[in-house]
Design a binder for this molecule. Structure first.
Ligand code: 3H9
Length: 698
């Protein structure tokens, strides 16, 4: 027997307990152990087999770390077939999660019992694959085609009560998984229950698979795994036999297994988990947080306060006047009202938060006792310095002082206090109670436990936290500024904002850069351009002014109803604003540029190369610790398609030498913008890729 599966005999019942922490992933040892356990139970004359997981869960799926490596026997589909074919009565007792291959094992056992808190699901599409151990063939047979299509294409986790209704599990019972499992098996044996192989159940009823396929494909915005899974479910209904359906599932599974999207999504899975693990914080305890202060109750501050209140923290909201404080309260109530509507909060909790957890204030004295304070005031260094001077004067010793600035120098801000070790940046993304990304910006003197506290707060607020160093724009906005500039250059040279937006949404971005600019407010980019011009642009840099003209005319994007697009009230998207192209054409004429055609492919290639090149600088300078930190930042804060794994993973999959060659080619027309990043040149020279750096750092 393998150590990953413990064998125990209780009367007629052989008990197979998985012991492969942390999530009982179905790695080769577990698969071998299960096979050996079933064979031993049969050889020893047991009447039934109970399978359950020790620790926090039943099997959470195939071992993802084995993907892309040579397969080792037994394969999961074969194991599932063997379990199902056992002449003994085989039963699963589920707690924690039965996901992916875990649910597939459960579906190959003859009966399933679960504790009420258990969840089941087939989330494979989120890893760029489809259920490959019979999930697409067995689930429709027990739950029906429509429910199976929903579960498989969404990958959602289904709670035990719903799974019971769908017929995915047979019983829900409170208790220890081993004990409830044993009682259930005994009951089944006593009642003479028969084996119940799902593969022998009739094929499920077909639906209009072509229509479902098209619908799922569109929803996937370029991600192919959910739509491909539809075809596998189709085979469950239409194939000549269960085995023929399994064969089709395998073909489609292998197609996806070999795709770049699978590589991208699995990279994203591990990157999201690695990003919060910092060697420098090992053993460092974060400071305790009960009450936090938020300065500034605009959209950003109210969003931060909302997220904190929803996480159970008390919040003191500081505003400049009673009227502004009232408006902040209204904003927070509006945000919490959304949570109430979505069932994330009860009316009683809402009332409790508004009455007892949120305090409004107009004087700094109210912050004297908070454990951490985040300022979200106007983006101006002098204003920030005044705020931090005040905070230094009133906050208790040990309080963490954070700025939500999106690009200003945290070292300079920290320097106005007598406690720079307590100062850091916490860069939220708007709306802060919705957006998942938090950049934890570490300044030169920030103490490790203050960094740990930033991460602890972020995790409590359910954010994906990325460590960033200090520079203009940190990780995300610095890279954004470069690829936005690239887009502006392409506009001057002949592309239109609408072609660029379309090329990039076709690539998989949630929105194109010009639609994003309209959403964020064109005044923001205008302010940044003015600041950079005031600081002095390099004479070799290409500047453009057509967007300034839109702002000068009072068009700030969605909030004014007009920007690159025109927005009609009540409609989500906009239509191209006819005033934009003449402004661009006038600027081209003024600069003596003869516009040329861009293919969508060239647009994507240039845009992505500029992003990767700047990201390589950001990593090379240590602003991001690893390439994967950039990937997670772009996926969670900038709408980068997760199925491409982030820009660095995309670059690795493209091949770094080709990208560098393109950059050098484009440098012939603009050697200021297209300077290759030293790290990119170094990796190409050494025949390495970005992922090698991730591995070295882990
Ligand atoms: C599949 O089954 C394919 C089959 O259909 C066909 C095959 C032929 N493998 O997330 P956490 C690690 S595809 C390896 O922080 P939580 C994870 O990296 C699979 N490792 O905990 C982390 O490691 P570390 C379908 C895995 O409590 C640690 O476990 N299944 C796997 O927040 C703890 O994870 C899925 O897609 C795995 N399958 O959430 C489920 N899963 O400590 C994927 C986790 O070194 N997993 N790890 O950073 C999950 O969704 C969550 O991990 C889970 C627990 C909900 C289970």
């Amino acid at each position: 027997m393998s150590e990953a599966i413990e064998y125990e005999r209780i009367g007629d019942i052989a008990v197979l307990a998985a012991n492969n922490p942390p999530v009982n992933a179905l790695g080769v040892d577990v698969r071998r152990g299960l096979l050996a356990g079933v064979e031993r139970a049969e050889a020893e004359g047991a009447k039934a087999v109970l399978i359950y997981g020790k620790g926090r869960t039943y099997f959470a799926g195939a071992d993802i770390r084995e993907f892309g490596k040579p397969p080792q026997d037994p394969w999961l589909p074969e194991l599932c077939a063997r379990i199902e074919a056992s002449p003994l009565l085989v039963v699963s007792s589920i707690h924690g999660t039965a996901l992916g291959g875990g649910l597939e094992v459960a579906l190959s056992t003859h009966y399933r019992i679960a504790v009420p808190s258990a969840k089941v699901g087939l989330p494979e599409v989120h890893l760029g694959i489809l259920p490959g151990a019979g999930g697409t063939q067995r689930l429709p047979r027990v739950a029906g085609t429509e429910a199976a299509l929903d579960m498989i294409t969404s990958g959602r986790h289904v709670r035990a009560d719903e799974a019971l209704k769908l017929g995915v599990i047979d019983r829900v019972a409170e208790g220890d998984p081993r004990e409830i499992g044993l009682a259930y098996v005994q009951e089944l044996l006593d009642s003479g229950a028969e084996r119940r192989p799902v593969s022998e159940m009739p094929a499920p009823a077909p639906v209009d698979f072509d229509a479902v396929y098209e619908q799922v494909l569109k929803k996937g915005r370029g991600q192919i795994s959910p739509a491909t899974a539809v075809r596998a479910v189709q085979a469950a209904c239409e194939a000549e036999s269960f085995d023929a359906g399994m064969q089709r599932e395998r073909e489609l599974f292998m197609e996806l297994m070999n795709s770049d999207q699978r590589k991208g999504l699995i990279h994203a899975f591990f990157a999201e988990r690695a990003v919060g693990k910092l060697p420098e914080l090992k053993g460092v305890e974060p400071r305790m947080l009960h009450q936090i202060g938020v300065i500034g109750g605009g959209t950003m501050g109210a969003g931060i306060a909302t997220a904190a209140l929803l996480s159970g923290l008390q919040v003191v909201m500081l505003e400049m006047s009673p009227e502004a404080a009232h408006a902040a309260k209204e904003r927070i109530a509006g945000n919490l009202g959304g949570a109430l509507k979505r069932g994330k909060l009860s009316q009683a909790q809402f009332d409790e938060i508004m009455e007892n957890e949120l305090t409004l204030a107009t004087g700094y004295g109210a912050l004297s006792n908070v454990d951490l304070v985040i300022e979200a005031v106007f983006e101006d260094m002098d204003v920030k310095k005044q705020v931090f001077t005040q905070l230094d004067a009133v906050c208790k010793q040990g309080a963490v002082l954070a700025s939500n600035t999106s690009y200003l120098d945290i070292n300079e801000i920290a320097a106005v206090t007598k406690r720079p070790q307590d100062v850091l940046g916490l860069h939220f993304f708007s709306p802060a109670h919705v957006m998942k990304l938090l950049e934890v910006v570490v300044a030169d003197k920030t103490a490790p436990e203050v960094v740990a506290t930033g991460f602890a707060l972020g995790h409590r607020l359910k954010k994906v936290c990325v460590r960033a160093g200090v520079c203009d724009g940190f990780i995300g906005n610095r890279i954004l500024s470069t690829y936005r500039t690239c887009a502006d250059h392409m506009i001057l040279d002949g592309a239109s904002p609408y072609q660029i937006d379309k090329a990039l949404t076709d690539f998989g971005f949630a929105m194109g850069p010009f639609a994003v600019a309209d959403l964020a407010g064109l005044d923001i980019g205008w302010a940044v351009r003015k600041r950079k011009r005031a600081e002095g642009l390099d004479p070799r840099a290409r500047d453009s002014n057509y967007a300034d003209k839109l702002c000068e005319a009072g068009h700030f994007g969605q909030k004014t109803g007009k920007g690159y697009y025109i927005y009609e009230a009540g409609k989500r998207g906009g239509v191209p604003n006819p005033e934009v192209m003449p402004l661009i054409e006038a600027e081209r004429a003024e600069k003596g540029i003869t516009p040329r055609e861009f293919t969508d492919e060239e647009i994507v290639r240039r845009y992505m190369a500029s992003m990767v090149n700047e990201a390589a600088r950001v990593v090379g300078e240590g602003i991001a610790r690893r390439p994967l930190d950039v990937d997670v930042t772009l996926i969670y804060g900038y709408g980068f398609p997760r199925y491409r794994g982030g820009p660095m993973k995309w670059a690795d999959l493209q091949g770094l030498p080709g990208l560098l060659a393109d950059i050098k080619e484009w440098a012939k027309e603009d050697d200021y913008f297209w300077q290759p990043a030293p790290l990119l040149e170094q990796l190409v020279a050494e025949g390495r890729c970005f992922d090698d750096l991730n591995k070295e750092a882990s």
